[in-house]
Design a protein around this ligand. Sequence first.
Ligand SMILES: C[S@@+](CC[C@H](N)C(=O)[O-])C[C@H]1O[C@@H](n2cnc3c(N)ncnc32)[C@H](O)[C@@H]1O
Length: 453
Amino acid sequence: MSGPPFGLAFPGREQALAEALSPALGHLRVARRAPDAAVTLVEGDNLEVLKLLSDELRGTIDAIYVDPPYNRGRDFVYRGVYSADAKSWRGPRGRRADPQDAAARRTAPWLAMMLPRLLLARDLLRDSGVLFVSIDDAEVHHLRMLLDEVFGRERFVAQIVVVSNRGGRDYLPVAVTHEYVLCYGNGDHPRVAELPKATELPLRDALGPYELRELRNRNPRFTPLNRRNLDYPIWVDRALTDEAGCFAVSLQPSPSGLEVNPRNSTGGGSVWRWGKEKLAAAIVAGDPQASGVVARRRRDGGHNIYEKCRKQTTKARALWDDPKMRSEQGSIELRAALGAALFDHPKPIELVRRCVELGCGPDGVVLDFFAGSGTTALAVAEQNRRDGGRRRCILVQWPEPTPPSSLAHKAGFLDVAAIAAARLEHAFGNHRVASLVWHPGPAGRRVAKPRRP
Ligand SMILES: C[S@@+](CC[C@H](N)C(=O)[O-])C[C@H]1O[C@@H](n2cnc3c(N)ncnc32)[C@H](O)[C@@H]1O
């Protein structure tokens, strides 16, 4: 089927694609070696740094977390070759006043900045690697289309809603209480771990803790007509009970047994989740204590059939509403480390830690190439502390100058990379922070390759 191309078109797109493919400029110099580094901080524009890192790290990164400028107000500085093109773009037929054009003029440079960086980032990920990107309403729709293009729509994993401000920012007709984390996998089988269940399993038998999970199939699409193998009677023997007061079940009718058939919530015909073979393997005849399936009496006198479910983990949910993930928490944490709020809007450690927990196994490497004050390194360390992991972390931060009137500047931090460095040294000590600095330089000069941290 042919037709107009589907996807994001924006001025500067071709140059942005060319940027991703052009050779790296400059080189990286080792500013501090740390053989036992927990974190490597790379100072420089992430476009060139990602290209330089890709020689050595292509296909090796387990998880990337980034918190790019959200393209609100002045958080994104127009630079580079696309700016002139995008700023002068007047939209179809040269009109300028159309608000749609104004929005495009604002978004296009941002997309042109993000596109090559995301392409380079994807190539750094392992096949099972995962990318997490924080973003808010201003650009989430564009970013999702961009990521669909870079990773493939089928590699979309989740659009997580993070409650960042419960009270809401109420300058809009509807007060905004949340932002997002977009998650994409690099290959067909992204590693997205399950999380420990919030509460302990309530029951226990000789095999350990468990909870009861109904064997009735709740999927309304499955019926006795289309799943005949899941529609059969189970017999409940009320003479045999376990410690939790559950009854033994059997596939064989018995004189004292009660016949139970699958029923939906309105009493209509339904099916079980398991076929007879699987059920037979789980039942220990006459011993509900050892059996993997038991029955319980309902208030109306009928009986429900339950699986003893021993799984201690559960899938992450797409809504994260945790006081430790509120925006203000990030500033509190930075103030606690450096004595003052030297950087606007650092992310809460817990939010990034959750991404690390989901996306990176205990020996993996996490990359953040919009590092800001370095929160991701602290999140990696916190996850290591919790599960005994040995994850390492690479941060890339442009030495963006701090405004002369800012608290940071007055405190002697002339750029954002210096704030990150101070925070990392505070958290890890000098000997565990390696650092590299990007320098412009003619091609062919010695290029100091970054060491894996
Ligand atoms: C929203 S902040 C990230 C904050 C960070 N998550 C934290 O918790 O501190 C985005 C950061 O990306 C940096 N940045 C923007 N463009 C960059 C570039 N081209 N290369 C490297 N860093 C860049 C900015 O200086 C800013 O510090």
